[in-house]
Each structure stands twice: as structure tokens, then as C-alpha cells.
Design a protein around this ligand. Structure first.
Ligand SMILES: Cc1cc2nc3c(=O)[nH]c(=O)nc-3n(C[C@H](O)[C@H](O)[C@H](O)COP(=O)(O)O)c2cc1C
Length: 187
């Protein structure tokens, strides 16, 4: 597939079939890690492929709670009760990639988002749908989130930077939303 065709055709998908993307295909898609630009070529992003429903739901619900609170100006960590009541930011995705970066590295976020887009394009080429879900503050900052992070083998000085949900599109493939950028200025 031509690059422009992938860039034009990829859409954010938020409804997925109840079917896992085979591990070999995910490995193949993650081959883009070898080619993605990253600051200083430090290769500091650590990727976790989540397929456990409870883990996906916990982080997805925590993400929604943190973002809703953030939008209300509340920066404190959410309670487990609040998290439990929230819908998941990951919708019903069967697979979620969590991209972690060092907290003290200026370009963690940039590295992770660039990689996320490359993953999304490579996935699209393989017929796999994705949605980039941006991180705000730290959805895994709660005690439970931190113990999950420890179980993933990710050190405390790392934080999730972005997530990529992944699966097979359920229903109609989304239409392209028109863009409304300010005109580019050439001087
Ligand atoms: C930085 C960033 C953060 C995003 N966060 C979310 C998110 O939290 N939830 C979501 O459903 N989509 C999220 N998206 C997907 C955008 O909503 C989507 O790219 C946009 O609506 C354009 O649609 P398209 O990707 O289908 O072209 C995010 C995309 C980017 C680039």
C-alpha cells in the first residue's frame, strides 16, 4: 500500500469486533519501532500490548475519569469508586497498546505519539483498525494503576504517554471528518 493511501484511508475506529488481532500480526505492525524517528535515538518508549479485559477496562476507565476531572480543573488522582463508574476510553477494543516514556525526558510524549501514528498506519495497511487515545496527566497514577505498572515491569519513573486501541472494525468504517485548519501561510 502506498503511504499516501494509508494516510488518507486510516480512520479512528471506536467499535470493534469481538476478535483478537493475532500476535504475529501485532509483532509485524510493531516492526515500525525499528524505523520510527525518536529524539536522540534513545529508544526510550516501552510498549505493553494489553489483551486482558480487566486490565484494559481498569486503565480505560481511569483514563476517562482523569480526563473528566482534568476538564473540571481537578488534578488529584481519582478514587476507585469514580473509576468504576466511568465508561472506558478504550471503548470495546480487544487490544490496547500502552506506550510508556520516562517522566524526566522532554521528548517522551513526542516520541510516543510519532510511534503511535506509525503503528496506526502500519495497522491500517494490515486491515487492522486503531484509535490513538491521548494521555492526560497519568491514568495509571493510582495505587492500583502503579501496581499494574509494576506487574508490567515498567519502572516508576515511566508514565503512560499515549494508548493505541487495536482490533477489527465493527459495522461501517468511519467516514473522514472534514478538517478546518487555518490557511497555511507561505512567505
Ligand atoms: C493526540 C490525540 C489524542 C486523541 N485522543 C483521543 C481520545 O482520547 N479518544 C478518542 O476516541 N479519540 C482520540 N483521538 C482520535 C481523534 O479524535 C481523531 O484522530 C480525530 O477525530 C480525526 O479522526 P480520524 O482519526 O478518523 O481521521 C486522538 C487523536 C490524537 C492525535
Amino acid at each position: 500500500m502506498e503511504l499516501m493511501e494509508a494516510m488518507k484511508g486510516r480512520r479512528s475506529v471506536r467499535r470493534f469486533q469481538d476478535r483478537l488481532v493475532p500476535k504475529e500480526m501485532i509483532e509485524n505492525i510493531l516492526g515500525v519501532m525499528e524505523y520510527s524517528p525518536n529524539a536522540g535515538n534513545r529508544n526510550s518508549i516501552r510498549t505493553i500490548v494489553l489483551t486482558n479485559r480487566d486490565e484494559i477496562d481498569y486503565i480505560g476507565k481511569a483514563h476517562t475519569t482523569v480526563i473528566n476531572n482534568f476538564n473540571k480543573g481537578v488534578m488529584t488522582l481519582p478514587s476507585e469508586e469514580e473509576i468504576e463508574k466511568s465508561p472506558s476510553a478504550f471503548h470495546n477494543a480487544p487490544t490496547v497498546l500502552a506506550l510508556f516514556g520516562p517522566k524526566n525526558f522532554y521528548f517522551s510524549s513526542a516520541d510516543a505519539y510519532i510511534l503511535a501514528q506509525n503503528i496506526a498506519l502500519a495497522a491500517y495497511e494490515q486491515g487492522v483498525s486503531t484509535c490513538i487515545v491521548g494521555e492526560v496527566l497519568n491514568s495509571m497514577g493510582t495505587e492500583k494503576g502503579q501496581s499494574l505498572q509494576k506487574a508490567f515491569g515498567i519502572p516508576e519513573n515511566f508514565a503512560p504517554q499515549v494508548y493505541v486501541t487495536m482490533g477489527y472494525c465493527q459495522g461501517n468504517y468511519p467516514k473522514r471528518l472534514p478538517r478546518h485548519y487555518a490557511p497555511v501561510i507561505y512567505r
